[in-house]
Design a binder for this molecule. Sequence first.
Ligand code: T1G
Length: 690
Amino acid sequence: MTDLVTLRRDGNIGVIVIDNPPVNAFSAPARAGVLAAIVRACDDAAIEAIVLRCAGRTFIAGADISEFGKPPQPPSFPEVIGAIEACAKPVVAAMHGNALGGGLEVALGCHYRVAIPGTRLALPEIKLGLIPGAGGTQRLPRLVGIEKGLAMILSGDPIPVEEARAVGLIDAVIDDLDAGAVKFAREIAQKRPLPRAGAKSDKIAPFVADPAAFDALAKPYLRRARGLNAPAAAIDAIRGALTLSFDEALARERTIFVALRDGEQSKALRHIFFAERAAAKVDLPAGVKARKVERAAIIGAGTMGGGIAMCFASAGIPVSLIEVSAEALARGRDAIAKNYRGMVSRGSLAQEEMDRRVALIEGATDMDAVASADLVIEAVFEDMEVKRKLFAELDRLAKPGAVLATNTSYLDVNAIAQATARPQDVLGMHFFSPATLMRLVEVVRAEKTAPDALATAVAVARTIGKAPVVVGVCHGFVGNRMLRLRTVEAERLLLEGALPQDVDGALTDFGFAMGPFAVSDLAGLDIAWRMRKAQGQRAEIADRLCEMGCFGQKTGRGFYLYEAGSRTPKPDPEVEQLIVETAARLGIARAPIAASEIVERLLFPMINEGARILEEGIAKRPGDIDVIWVNGYGFPAWRGGPMHYADTLGLGYIHDRLITFAAKTGDKRHRPSVQLERLAAVGKGFAALG
Ligand code: T1G
């Protein structure tokens, strides 16, 4: 036995307990411990049935992801699960918390599965660019059917214990993890033959007879893959259940799994997994903790304010939504109710849950409502004077120790903090639109922000399901500062020979959900136009379109044409003519530009700016920048974000391309940054910055 795994007897029941905090990842030592315990329990004549469960806050939350990329350590998952399934005595998996990935596969190898209320069960491997590699693609469909199996494996999303019971994934819901599991084990101890998921075929039989029906079910998942290899691989592995023997299908699954595990996409997604967790760590002086947030207040019930309030209500945190007038408040609440009704009608939210959340959002038109809040977030008009006046008022009304956050997307948070006598409580929480969907929150640390205030903002952002990243104060923080270079380059590419659909096409083929021009049309060209004018900058094409009143989707015309009621961008011959005429007027000779060059021109200057941001300490780790771009700007997660992607190409190559771009454009921002130059010179990547 190892410390991680213990075996004790409770009468005629052997109880194996895994204790590998924080999430009982099924690491090599844990696997060895379970295998040894199973062998011992099988050999112990006094033991008639076995319970396998975990200590701590969760059942096995999967393989130990940090083991991937290292030489595999025995015993393997298939070896341990094979021993459990082959055991002559019934083995009962008793689950709580999160039974995920390899953890659920261990449970699928057991003869029975029970769980306490609140347990979530999933095979989330696809989110790491993998497929279940320990029998999940074979045993799960045999238990729950092909349709449910496909849905669980291709989405990677958890199902609650009640649904797991209903689809046959678990045999019973128990109240007490220990006593309940032992009682269940005692009840089935003598039952034979032992039910083995691998031996079941009734639920897959209809598809064995009609493989075309399987293909029809699988097709929609392939359409949504967007460049990720794992969905097609998962479907291929599951299809093995219909065409191969169980053992052959298991072996095929393993081959497919190993290929994905060693592939670039999974490495990139694992990088993002750990980068998100690293980004959420705030160094706190000893003895200092994040402050409690039991109530929040949101100032401004517009699109952002309303969305942020919904995030708090979804997490069960009561929130005051404050507006200047009853009309404005009513508009905000109507938009929230409409949003929730949409979720209910799509079946992604139960009516009772909608009612519970709406009840948690209290409207107010009196600023005094902030007095009871532990955290106040303002989402009012993006103007410095408006913000400073508001923070002066918050300084007067908010309770001592409340964290005061601004949702500004580019204004100087230090200047906003100086409008109060408590700058240590002031910071930025930059949400992204729509706030209910976008996971990113840039938590902006101002010069005087106290570490515990910072930790509070990061902790509450995680509680409401966001991916927080701490950034310093500069114009546009990290994301928008880098985006600015892409926007300038996109306009430049139009003048040099590309059309909006060429630029957007190159980036969507690369894996982005939308290209820069379609994004501008969605957001509205007038917003960036106002900012450029305020900063005395000009974008030849975009400004001309705005002067013509073409603000994008909201005016039916921007870089693209939009038919009434449609959001589908259509190439606009007049925009093409405007581009050609403008280039001629500026004396720029247009020529075709390859998609690969378009991608490099859009991404490399951004990456270079990312290196400057690291030099300045505005972002602490390259991984922080990757988390920002993946969760806030649609950078394909399976490419790992801009800095990770840069490392896959090699900084030497990017350095040389930037030199070429700088010579071509004369733009000094294209000159390689000190950091990039230094790393390229020593053949290292951003990963070397740790
Ligand atoms: N391996 C290694 N470390 C892990 C881990 C894992 N599977 N899961 C979590 N951690 C670490 C994490 O990095 C953090 O560390 C700490 O635990 C707490 O995590 C063969 C191949 C379970 C829902 O994809 O979804 O099985 O930062 O901050 O918010 O087919 O962690 O403190 O140093 O996220 O409460 C499949 C991944 C693996 C689940 C808990 N499993 N984990 O969330 O805590 S592939 C997963 C999660 C697999 C088989 C295949 C979440 C959680 P640190 P946390 P949390």
